[in-house]
Design a protein around this ligand. Structure first.
Ligand code: MD3
Ligand code: FE
Length: 216
């Protein structure tokens, strides 16, 4: 019994819902087509952190607000740091999927105003952090994964808390609400050759992650 159904439902903490393989390959390609257009209008950049070093992954944004970082700090801005143009809109299919799944997760209506596009090269990673540049943590974050698998770490409310390793696959959608919204998390590494998906928007051996947020 346990063996047959063990991997059908993963045990996740309160407020975290992982919708495995929610997007078909066709849907993934359509969203990456939209990401490619976003990148053409809002070129990916590697932000400098307030502490000095540059981030490992490049990023861009879509939606009314975009997350940026420079020597002055982490924040949301309505315009791209180098082009000065407003960010392109969030693709309708992404918004619709995020709204459907937050509802399915029991988290009610969702009205995100920011979408961060994280671009991982084959060697990309993201150190353990919390997302707390947003005004109201009652809004969930919804994450979409594309390309190679990511070894993802979900921690607790304190940096030193033990972490759980989850592998995020292309087509997975992760909803983080409730008390899990404030958890530490990070990406330990990308697993090369784990996705059949190739696309102009995807770095060779890499991965793209979209996170929708309500920033203000
Ligand atoms: C758990 N991105 O952009 S997505 C980030 O795969 C970020 O690119 C990772 O962490 C990535 O800030 C992880 C899944 C995710 C996003 C936000 C969370 C997990 C989270 C917020 C709280 C707890
Ligand atoms: Fe994060």
């Amino acid at each position: 019994m346990g063996a047959l159904f063990a991997d059908l439902k993963e045990t996740l903490p309160d407020g975290a819902s992982l919708f495995r393989n929610r997007l078909t390959l066709v849907e993934q390609r359509e969203i990456l087509d939209a990401v490619e257009r976003i990148m053409a209008e809002a070129p990916p950049f590697r932000p400098q952190m307030p502490t000095g070093p540059y981030m490992i992954n490049s990023l861009t944004n879509c939606g009314p607000l975009g997350w940026i970082s420079d020597r002055r700090g982490y924040r949301y801005e309505p315009t791209h740091p180098t082009t000065g143009k407003t960010w392109p809109p969030i693709p309708a299919a992404v918004l619709a999927c995020a709204r459907a799944l937050t509802k399915e997760a029991g988290l009610g209506d969702y009205d995100p105003d920011a979408c961060l596009v994280n671009i991982y090269e084959a060697t990309g990673k993201l150190s353990l952090h919390r997302d707390f540049d947003e005004a109201d943590f009652r809004w969930p974050i919804v994450s979409f994964s594309f390309g190679n698998d990511a070894d993802f770490l979900l921690g607790g409310l304190t940096r030193g808390d033990r972490t759980t390793l989850l592998t995020l696959h292309s087509g997975d959608v992760f909803v983080l609400g409730g008390p899990s919204r404030a958890r530490y998390h990070g990406v330990r590494r990308i697993r090369p050759g784990t996705s059949p998906l190739t696309h102009n928007a995807l770095p060779l051996g890499g991965r793209i992650n979209l996170t929708l947020r309500r920033a203000r």
